[in-house]
Design a protein around this ligand. Sequence first.
Ligand SMILES: [Zn+2]
Length: 430
Amino acid sequence: MTEKLLLGQTLRFGADPFETAVDDAAIVSSRGAVLVQDGRIAAVGEADDLRARHPGAEVVDHGRHLITAGFVDAHMHYPQTAMIASWGLRLIDWLNTYTFPEEMRFADPDYARTIADRTLDLALAHGTTTLTSFCTIHPESVDAYFGAAAVRNMAVVGGKTCMDRNAPDGLRDTVQAAYDQSKALLQKWQGTGRATYAITPRFSPTSTPDQLAALGALWAEHPDALMQTHLSEQVDEIAWVRDLFPQARDYLDTYEQFGLLGERGLYGHSIHLEPREIDRLAEVNGALIHCPTSNTFIGSGLFDTTGLKARGIRCGLATDTGGGSSFSMLRTMAAAYEVGQLRGTALHPAQLMWLATEGSARALHMGGQIGSLSVGAMADITVLDLASTPAIAQREAEADTLWEALFPTIMMGDDRAVAQVYVAGEASRP
Ligand SMILES: [Zn+2]
């Protein structure tokens, strides 16, 4: 048995800070410790206490740095890594102009693996230990992604993106191919190492009703799989969905009718929801994924984090790269704060950190396994330097509480703030 004792400031959660007062939900130690045994967290407590009780453990002293759960990105597109920050346009034009041509390149397994490796390395550099990604229609893109994650021992979620209409030649599959290939990939990867498969219709405009029904049937056969898609991102997209599905009560109904609404469903964006959609999502316990840098970058709208959390709906946080403009979950938290401000609610730093770790993990039904500094969780851990740049350091020096010390890093920090990342207890950098 290998034992490692990480020392530093520690931040963990005993409850959801949207439901419980922040100072009761968050557990902060200015000189804390995390004991890692065989890749899992075996104990969390005060440094002096755990040192005395585990004298044989290898000690890694992170000093004043903040030890937190690794970030969990609950929605992104690894095939869009090379086209992040492409200028202009609305969602549909942006897909046609930038996204689809780039996604065509993933028919080449070598290119897919190059970008998968690059994306996972960028994630780790930014303190993100779990990605939830759309791949492309090519099965090779899924193998490349899960293969690259296995080498790094990362817990990732992904699936073959299915599209059989409103996409260019070379990026459309068929009803049968979507079902057969998704099923084969699900059977190959689900539960292999740390991989979790998500059945992945891109969104209802790019799937025929028959394809949505086939994927709904596949989900019913494999209810342990996740299902990820997009919902109500832009107003003109919603109007397009209404034209394509004249019988549907609303956008969510285009999934609901075909067996694609469930508690293991992940609905990215979910900005412009109708009251019926919110009621149904609350009833079935589906998860909404907030992608704030993407929503401002593509001009989509303002997600109602506080209101939807108050309805008891599970919410995760995500970069949505390359529609999102940053690989950093710190920058993503900052954008979530800014979106909250534009809606008249200031999210507390504890709420932002919770969304980026445990909130996303719960959205993925992985609460207690990842995104948490709790006993029994995998030791996927990020260590933050709260004084990573001169501008941040001079503000942090004035702080009286952890929240005051942490908030400048949330608002102004990037990969320079990530001092170390552990994946299943193994340090990812020297
Ligand atoms: Zn997306």
